[in-house]
Design a protein around this ligand. Sequence first.
Ligand SMILES: [Zn+2]
Length: 189
Amino acid sequence: MYGLDADTIKYLYELVFCNKFEVCMYMNIKNNILYVNKSTINEGEELLEKGSIRGLCRYKYKYEKYICHTHPYTTRSYPSLEDILKVIKHKLLIDVSIISTRWGIWTLVNKNKNFKESDININKINEYINKLGYLENSLGYKENIYVKDISPYLTNIKDICNKLSKYSFLHIKFVEWNRLQLNEDVICD
Ligand SMILES: [Zn+2]
């Protein structure tokens, strides 16, 4: 599994809570630790999608091995179907996709490049993504409330991660902000 550099964790937290647009970038790796490459950042544009503001961003170049994007506080706290399918579809290019969200950081790792795309169960993937949606709705998504302590829901989320991993042939992992140990307070300007 991959680790994240401490400055990268703080930076990804700031991007989620201080910037209302989705941001995409590439990452570099050293000794299995991932770092954001800030020179590759692209910010999404504001657009209206299903009544909520979502700024979708595009990667500057083609997909690379280590990619990263944010789901800012205005959006959902878990990977979208599109996020998962993107890694599957570009499995020869993408090794790791990091997604920074209100709940914490998701890591999608493509370990097995030999699976057949026809083996993927998109309906099941969708079903478990929807379960995350119901969970978030029950926590107050519409009010844009950031739930600081999601530990009571972790067993549920981890169980869904296992199901998503099984049906997508990816390794999908989630770590909440509390456990990512931000060593400084993050204050938005
Ligand atoms: Zn996404």
